[in-house]
Design a binder for this molecule. Structure first.
Ligand code: MRU
Length: 356
């Protein structure tokens, strides 16, 4: 697969044409405004990831790759080893912005490994190699999303209803996305689906982003509140659930946006196949089970006041705001990766696919 600069520029994260900074489409402003932001410093990258200006596991990984390159470019380091020490510090800082999506740490570590392999070279040579590596991470993601979309497309029939949760489309990745990939690839080939998009409380990624992307692409999309998933399943309108993932453990448990495990439980109740779709970079073989995944907790105000003109709870009311939950592997029909579709037993079959 050949990837052009244009393919990469069309993503929600890319380098500026002069390769001096990262430009992101600010996902916080959608669907009402299309705004771009330039990121150049470690603080700016940290804040953009933390506040979800850039979000979605693969997009965060792509951004982190570019961030490491831009930080190298701007470091002023005099030697390769001085540069690597600075990047190690900045890399840890970036990783600390969001703990759950493995792609963030994965991309930072991949960039550091490349830098360390050139420790005795000049800072310019290291930086040049990091530019290549960051572009490779991005190009690979486009390829992975395309393959995931192809595999996912084999699991559904024209006209099927597909329920999705959160946003795992192009904004969260590159090109087609992961969970939304089969729908967009199908659309290109004249195959239509009916998508039900959970609004996804508390940050409304489904309402603001998924229904936006699908509506713009001409897909039949219906926005529902999270608590309506059961009725649309009961009505017989859903033939498959497609969701993304932020970290897949070695036994097939996986973390994704809060509420995903509830969708999986409902799907099991109604006998609907439930799939998670994600690249192999989201599979963490060092994480034995879902219990080992660190779940990010976020500001209670996202639940209590963010979307309202007035606060919707007394200030002293306790609030629990986990950003992700873990879906038990027993609820998962299959994990769709860029290397193929993985069925249970997941512990054996994930191992095989990761050794490929
Ligand atoms: O908090 P977010 O919006 O970054 O959460 C994103 C998700 O849960 C996505 O489903 C996941 O990252 C996969 S994106 C292909």
């Amino acid at each position: 697969m050949s990837v052009t600069r244009k393919d990469m520029d069309e993503c929600s994260v890319h380098l500026t044409p002069d390769d001096l900074a990262v430009e992101i489409l600010d996902q916080r402003a959608l669907p009402n405004r299309t705004e771009y932001m330039l990121l150049e410093t470690a603080q700016e990258f940290y804040d953009a990831i933390r506040t979800l200006a850039v979000r979605g596991a693969p997009a965060i990984g792509i951004c982190a790759g570019y961030a490491m390159y831009v930080l190298a470019l701007r470091s002023g380091a005099k030697t390769g080893s001085e540069l690597i020490a600075l990047l190690e510090k900045d890399g840890e800082y970036l990783i600390s912005s969001r703990p759950t999506a493995v792609n963030l740490a994965w991309a930072v570590r991949r960039m550091l490994e490349r830098a360390r392999s050139l420790e005795n070279e000049s800072p310019e040579a290291v930086t040049k190699a990091l530019l290549e590596e960051s572009k490779a991470i991005h190009a690979e993601d486009i390829g992975m999303c395309t393959r995931i979309s192809e595999y996912g497309l084999t699991l559904v029939r024209p006209g099927d209803g597909i329920l999705t949760h959160c946003n795992a489309g192009p904004l969260a990745t590159s090109k087609y996305g992961t969970a939304i990939g089969p729908v967009l690839l199908g659309k290109e080939r004249g195959i239509d689906f009916k998508v039900f998009s959970d609004e996804t409380r508390p940050l409304l990624q489904g309402a603001r982003l998924t229904s936006y992307e699908l509506q713009k692409a001409g897909v039949d999309v219906t926005l529902i509140c999270d608590n309506m998933a059961s009725i649309v399943m009961k009505n017989g309108w859903v033939q498959a659930c497609f969701v993304g993932c932020d970290r897949v453990a070695a036994n097939g448990d996986f973390a994704n946006k809060i509420g995903t495990s509830g969708v999986a439980i409902l799907a099991k109740h109604y006998g609907i196949p439930f799939y998670t779709l994600g690249p192999c970079s989201t599979i963490d073989m060092n994480c034995p089970t879902g219990a080992d995944i660190k779940i990010e907790e976020r500001d209670p105000e996202e639940v209590k006041s963010l979307w309202y003109e007035k606060p919707m709870a007394l200030p002293e009311v306790k609030c629990y705001n986990p950003a992700f939950d873990v879906t038990d592997h027993s609820l998962v029909t299959a994990i769709v990766t860029d290397r193929g579709i993985v069925y249970p037993p997941f512990d054996e079959n994930l191992k095989k696919i990761m050794e490929k």
